[in-house]
Design a binder for this molecule. Structure first.
Ligand code: 6GU
Length: 239
């Protein structure tokens, strides 16, 4: 998979050379390129934003630099991702879907976002997804781009050694993962649940499933209603 990231703060993307995405790159699974949006400005001040039509607070990113950049960086067949708190939620299902793509281009906006015509224009002949990583507000899309890339990179075919470690973890079964324990069997007066020491694999599996269900009900009751989630197929209609 190739990933191109366009940002006015390319230094924010430096962690892409480290750890998990770096491992995917070392294995030849991931090829990441970071670009500075200002390289596609034409004025002396390298302007990327302006005041919003209709008034209001903050600045909106101008469409022209994005058009110049994406005409060059977004080829036919590539998927354009635009991180924004008003996007569709990033879920494990969406990460899995994105992991099947050959080429992702991530357009990181700052301020109050990118002029909507950029997504609308490229949406005519590309798949364009405006994606949110959660219900809180960040200053820009760069950290969200790191999250997206890490969530996708670890799902690339050939990345993980142990396929089970993927399918058993949180969100892969619509449930949160059960708690984990390792040696020693007693630590500061706290014992590992005895079933895990029993050697009874069916009882262990049943206990773990029960823990997952309880955790999910307590921490994420919304996950008990997956029918409310936006389907990947339905996303195109939102652009
Ligand atoms: Cl993708 N971008 C920004 N700026 N804030 C966010 C977000 C994205 N997801 C949640 N908050």
């Amino acid at each position: 998979m190739r990933v191109d990231v366009v940002s006015i703060f390319p230094d924010y993307l430096a962690p892409l050379g480290l750890s998990l995405p770096g491992r995917a790159r070392d294995r030849g699974l991931l090829d990441v390129h970071v670009h500075d949006l200002r390289d596609w400005t034409r004025d002396r001040h390298r302007t990327v934003d302006d005041t919003p039509y209709g008034g209001g607070a903050g600045m909106v990113m101008k469409p022209e630099p994005w058009g110049e950049a994406l005409d060059e960086v977004l080829p036919a067949g590539a998927t354009l991702l635009v991180p924004t708190p008003s996007g569709v939620p990033l879920t494990q299902a969406l990460a899995r879907d994105l992991a099947t793509r050959d080429h992702l281009v991530i357009a990181c906006g700052r301020y109050e976002g990118i002029d909507q015509r950029v997504a609308d224009h490229y949406g005519a002949d590309h798949e364009v997804l405006e994606v949110s990583i959660g219900d809180y507000v960040l200053n820009g899309g760069e950290v969200a781009a790191l999250v997206l890339i890490e969530a996708v990179a670890r799902l690339l075919p050939g990345f993980m050694g142990n396929a089970e470690s993927l399918t058993e973890e949180s969100h892969e079964a619509g449930l949160l993962e059960y708690p984990g324990y390792t040696k020693p069997a007693t630590w500061r007066g706290l014992d590992v649940p005895s079933v895990l020491l029993s050697g009874d694999h069916a009882a262990i599996a049943a206990w773990r499933h029960d823990q997952s269900v309880r955790r999910t009900a307590a921490r994420r009751p919304d996950l008990a209603h997956p029918s409310r989630a936006v389907s990947v197929e339905g996303l195109a209609a939102h652009v």
